[in-house]
Design a protein around this ligand. Structure first.
Ligand code: WT7
Length: 638
């Protein structure tokens, strides 16, 4: 592929080219892919239009580039290695030829259910090869996939299916995570109550447990595919046609459907995978994310397959059967590039180095992290214990909205510094702004991280609500894309991401809007009002601290029961992944005279601050701060 950067000198040249002649820079990269019909221009539109198109008139299908393209030269190469939850169970591998055939077959199966180009298909599945096949099959026939992480509750799933107006849901009987099974089909059934858009539900058999199957709606995957041909022409898609919707949290109660498209997303996912991980030859690459998040879309499925790589997919969890599982899998499959989240590193670090050093990790070449800032202690442990001080670390900063990695070292080529994501990828032009939108030119000062030039895989819209997209990303600082993160730049130009500056909490690398959690809490009977904030948490990065006001009728109930009720409301509204770490019942929240909650104070109380709260004179009732502080000493630990 002509976009490969394999030295720091080449990085600098590419970066300069992207600055001087961006069209020619992106044209060369885009031309490394196969287009059914060539594009006539590189980019149309600006951030100010909140509408940028890439590769106009181009016709393309991402699966033709991820699969068909490799069949001749690499048909027998392993595309997917699947490592099951239970290490005793057999590994499954799929070559490019096999993955292509299964994708085509399932594409035909979807067509037989009446799925057409542009229809939305929701995937609520465990980490099995069928999930990858289902994603690719949708893309193959021009349907829009929307993967919902299988840890979300029925309510959260319902909201996403409804927002996407999905015609089909694909799920499994159950998922497996460590010693637990997750009732996926049952959850889908609950989610579909009172929804009329879904016509069919396809169920993959994973554990084999008996499921209730609704006649004329539900069918098993293995029965559906019988007799379906294993050839299926890749639908010619317009470069700007929707490839997928992925829901993520923002600062309102309603999750937003981030939309990515065939052309630009393909170009950027392929380009970044090759360069960040420095993938070569027959390397085995493993990203431990779930396909339910953007990391899984871009760096388990599309990025690796676009490069003809071998991508390992893991069904289980880092601690099953024990805290050495990741390292056992690395040794077993001779993994060369390993990509995980800081929260996993911190949690495994707490088990000491023995579970790591027991295994032969000599195959490792590049280690990556993603999802949240990595603290220095975890960074050094990752480098020295896991990487035995010989592997570069790529701390990759990006977002669901960016589609691909934006700021990161390129494995081993560029300077690295603990807790710093580093330099931008060629083609990406970050800036730091002050709250008035002025460029911060000096170094080592915190600013609002914005991107000053469009890039191919930038968010196209928030599904069904373009105004929200414009207001969130393009309106705050005209001419820029606003990331929602605060960052610093050092004298070498390396970026350090500090964290979110909006009402988004990052728990174990997962994003939750405070408003989303609050609206779930407010469903508790007796809860009058609530406010949640993040606080520093040793393993999760941030934990969730909830302040809840109850009505007078709940006075007679035991605090423990009330706590359970609040926690259950969050589990019901969002899922166990958003469980609260602390609940503090309060009689009032610190509000300004205009009724706005002063979250700054709540964050300080949650951090353990007792006395310095800055200016509280605009509070309606400044005395409520003392009550919050004393209440924080006896809060409920969940
Ligand atoms: C937010 C995006 C992109 C994949 C996973 C998360 C935070 C992401 C880093 C990093 C510091 C990071 C940011 C960002 N984040 N990567 N390397 N260092 N912070 O995707 O759910 O869209 O969340 O995750 O705050 O805005 P996401």
């Amino acid at each position: 592929m002509s976009f490969q950067i394999r030295s720091f000198d080449a990085y600098q040249k590419a970066f300069q080219k992207s600055k001087d002649t961006p069209d020619s820079f992106w044209r060369d990269i885009a031309n490394s892919f196969e287009w059914i019909h060539p594009f006539s221009s590189i980019r149309n539109g600006t951030f100010n239009d909140a509408h940028v198109e890439w590769f106009r008139d181009g016709k393309v299908n991402i699966t033709a580039n991820a699969l068909d393209r490799h069949l001749q030269s690499k048909g027998d190469k392993t595309a997917i290695i699947w490592e099951p939850n239970d290490p005793q169970e057999a590994v499954r591998t799929l070559t490019y030829t096999e993955l292509h055939a299964l994708t085509c077959q399932f594409g035909n199966a979807l067509k037989s259910l009446g799925v057409q180009k542009g229809d939305r298909v929701v995937l609520y599945m465990p980490m099995t090869p069928e999930l990858t096949i289902a994603v690719l099959a949708c893309a193959r026939i021009g349907a829009v996939h929307s993967v919902v992480f299988a840890g979300f509750s029925a309510q959260a799933l319902h909201d996403r299916i409804e927002d996407a107006q999905a015609k089909i849901v694909i799920t499994a009987d159950e998922g497996r995570r460590g010693t637990k099974t997750i009732p996926l089909k049952e959850t889908v059934d609950k989610a579909l109550l009172n929804l009329t858009c879904v016509e069919s539900v396809v169920v993959q058999k994973v554990t084999g447990i008996a499921c209730e199957m609704l006649p004329n709606r539900d069918m098993y995957w293995h029965e559906l595919v019988v007799g379906k041909p294993t050839v299926c022409t890749a639908e010619p898609m317009d470069s700007e046609d929707m490839l997928f919707i992925l829901y993520t949290s923002g600062s309102t109660g309603k999750p937003k459907g981030v939309v990515h498209v065939h052309g630009g997303y393909m170009v950027y996912a392929g380009y970044t995978f090759s360069n960040v991980f420095q993938y070569e030859g027959d390397d085995v690459y493993w990203c431990t994310a779930d396909v339910g998040w953007i990391t899984g879309h871009s760096y388990i499925i599309y990025g690796p397959l676009l490069n003809g790589a071998t991508s390992l997919m893991f069904e289980g969890i880092p601690t099953y059967p024990d805290a050495g599982r990741f390292w056992e899998v690395c040794a077993k499959h001779k993994v060369n590039q390993f990509y995980t989240a800081p929260t996993a590193i911190r949690s495994l670090m707490s088990s000491g180095s023995e579970p790591v050093t027991q295994h032969d990790l000599s195959s490792l070449k590049v280690l990556g992290t993603v999802g949240e800032p990595i603290n220095e202690e975890a960074w050094y442990w990752y480098r020295d214990v896991v990487g035995q001080s010989k592997c570069p670390i790529v701390d990759t900063w990006w977002q669901t909205e960016t589609g691909g990695i934006m700021i990161s070292g390129l494995g081993g080529l560029s300077p690295q510094k603990p807790a710093h994501a580093g330099l931008p990828l060629p083609g990406i032009h970050p800036v730091l702004l002050d709250p008035n939108g002025h460029d911060i030119l000096e170094n080592n000062v915190e600013g609002l991280l914005c991107i000053s030039q469009p890039w191919p895989s930038m968010i196209r819209t928030t599904y069904g609500d373009h105004t929200r997209c414009r207001n969130t990303y393009f309106h705050p600082f005209p001419g820029h894309y606003f990331t929602g993160d605060g960052a610093k730049r050092d004298d070498q130009g390396l970026y350090r991401i500090i964290g979110r500056v909006d009402d988004v909490i990052n728990v174990s690398g997962h994003r939750f809007g405070t408003a989303e959690i609050e609206s779930a809490i407010n469903e508790t009977s007796g809860a009058v009002e609530s406010a949640v904030v993040g606080f520093p948490h040793d393993i999760k990065g941030q934990g969730i601290h909830a302040y809840v006001i109850l009505d007078s009728k709940t006075g007679s109930l035991a605090e423990e029961d009330l706590c359970n009720a609040v926690q259950n409301a969050v589990i019901k509204g969002i899922g166990k992944i958003a469980k609260l770490d602390r609940i503090q019942f309060v009689s009032a929240l610190p509000k300004t005279r205009s009724g706005k909650i002063m979250r700054r104070i709540l964050r300080k109380v949650a951090e353990g601050e007792q006395t310095s709260f800055g200016d509280t004179s605009t509070l309606l009732d400044p005395a409520c701060v003392d009550l919050l502080v004393s209440g924080a000493k006896q809060l409920q630990i969940c």
